[in-house]
Design a binder for this molecule. Structure first.
Ligand SMILES: [Zn+2]
Length: 461
């Protein structure tokens, strides 16, 4: 595994995860040389207590990464590159851009979602640069990059191929290898193969579902499940999901159209994401298919499909309000069917169970993942998918990211199956520097300093 393109024999390349290691959310990574610094992703996380406490205050609390390492080096900060539009990858951007001016590079839908976020939270002035897959961008003296299309549960998910003086780093955001993605745009494995043939220094790869055998099922399966379950009922149907699952929203709309139902959305972030994606052409919505809460209410119940936020059991969400009879438009009751189309963020088991009990108590039927396994599929690759990308990149070093400690260890196990030695696999913690340097004619890697990170929490209004 020779690594070419070494220009600077005395310098260094550092990879520092500021978030996203072992905790899944709050993703933010730094790549740094003597001259330049690039950040990949800038997401939010959720405090542990919020998951169990029903307290309103804790529920609105979010965590943002500790930016101080980057702020102290902002003279050489060249770019924020964003892999995709999920909250745990873009949610902290407003707070970051209030501290520092830096161009943000990302694909079109993600750019739209970021702009909508900045409109609400500021700052007003920001440089958001939309890229497609064929553009190469130079950043300072040491870096250039291009985006590589992957599949996930939201369109326009990209990996970053970052060319550095020590070789190429492939940094995936979240991904799976969906053989039949809704937008028909497949993962560009060929591009990763091509980089692999030329020599990749580091693969920083999604690892969350490494313990699952085989390949992650296609997102399309969820639409088939919606169709099957909704077809059986004549009552109102409610589907609750993550508000940024754009592909899931599309499938609900398609199924509604096929079964003669109209759709409405309940929940602020769900509505906002829907509007951005529709306006940019990422959602195909037949005319009059999606309507307001008030108009939908007047239709016969067999013609109603309501998409609601609150799949994680949040007490302030549209779904929870409907269950308590406090929502301004909809009150759950006899004959209603509620589909929980998501898995659980660890720690949310209790509030979700509570919400589901509440829904059953008012006479509605609940279907969730444990009863109907294909009501949700993971947006993350399983072992075979992760191995496929590992083989394609053929990187000299590996660093699983975006996983739990267990899934990162499992990823390392998969790598050993491909003859990776332990000294080529780095299971990093947040703040732990991985440093590449030049030694006796070749690039080597070692653990560098561990940066102390503080916890920053923000109460959202
Ligand atoms: Zn994601």
């Amino acid at each position: 595994m020779e690594v070419n393109h070494i220009k600077n024999q005395s310098g260094y390349l550092k990879f520092i995860p500021l978030g996203g290691m072992g905790e899944v959310t709050k993703n933010m990574s730094v790549y740094e040389t003597e001259n330049d610094l690039v950040v990949v992703d800038c997401g939010i996380g959720f405090p542990e207590e919020a998951a169990t406490a029903a307290a309103e205050k804790a529920e609105n609390e979010i965590l943002i990464p500790d930016f101080s390492y980057v702020l102290a080096r902002q003279k050489k900060l060249r770019a924020l590159i964003v892999t995709h539009g999920h909250e745990d990858h873009i949610g902290a951007i407003p707070y970051f851009l209030k501290k520092v001016r830096v161009p943000v590079y990302t694909a079109r839908l993600t750019a739209g979602l970021i702009r909508s976020k900045l409109k609400e939270k500021g700052p007003k002035k920001a440089e958001i640069k939309e890229l497609n897959e064929d553009q190469r961008i130079n950043l300072g003296r040491d870096f250039s990059f291009e985006l590589i299309r992957l599949t996930h549960s939201i369109p326009d998910t990209m990996a970053v191929a970052l060319t550095t003086p020590f070789g190429v780093v492939i940094h995936t955001g979240d991904f799976k290898l969906d053989p039949t993605p809704l937008d028909r745009r497949l993962s560009e494995l060929g591009k990763i193969d091509e980089y692999g043939r030329r020599g990749v220094l580091l693969l920083a790869s999604d690892s969350l579902r490494s313990e699952r055998e085989g390949s992650s099922p296609s997102e399309r399966i969820v639409g088939e499940t919606f169709f099957r379950e909704i077809q059986k009922t004549r009552g109102r149907v409610f589907i609750t999901m993550f508000s940024s699952d754009i592909s899931r929203i599309q499938q609900a709309i398609d199924v509604a159209a096929a079964l003669g139902r109209e759709v409405t959305l309940a929940g602020l972030s769900l509505e906002r994401n829907f509007e951005v994606a529709r306006d940019l052409g990422y959602l195909a919505v037949p005319k009059k298919q999606v309507t307001t809460n008030e108009k939908l209410k007047k239709l016969p119940v067999s013609k109603q499909l309501i998409l609601a936020s609150g799949a994680q059991g949040q007490t302030n969400s549209a779904m929870a309000k409907m269950a308590r009879g406090e929502h301004r438009a909809f009150k759950l009751g006899q004959g209603d069917l509620v589909l929980f189309s998501s898995d659980l963020i660890p720690g949310n088991e209790e509030p979700v169970q509570r919400l589901q009990e509440q829904i059953r108590k008012v006479g509605a039927k609940v279907l969730h993942l444990e009863e109907v396994p294909e009501i949700h599929v993971s947006g993350h690759g399983y072992a075979e998918d992760l191995k496929r990308v590992m083989q394609a990149a053929h990187a000299a070093y590996l660093a699983p990211i975006g996983g739990t400690p267990e899934s990162m260890a499992e990823y390392a196990k998969l790598a050993r199956g491909y003859n990776y030695r332990d000294d080529q696999i780095f299971l990093l913690e947040n703040g732990q520097t991985l440093e590449f340097y030049f030694h006796q004619g070749r690039t080597e890697a070692k653990l560098g300093e561990k940066i102390e990170l503080k916890e920053f929490s923000i109460i959202q209004k």
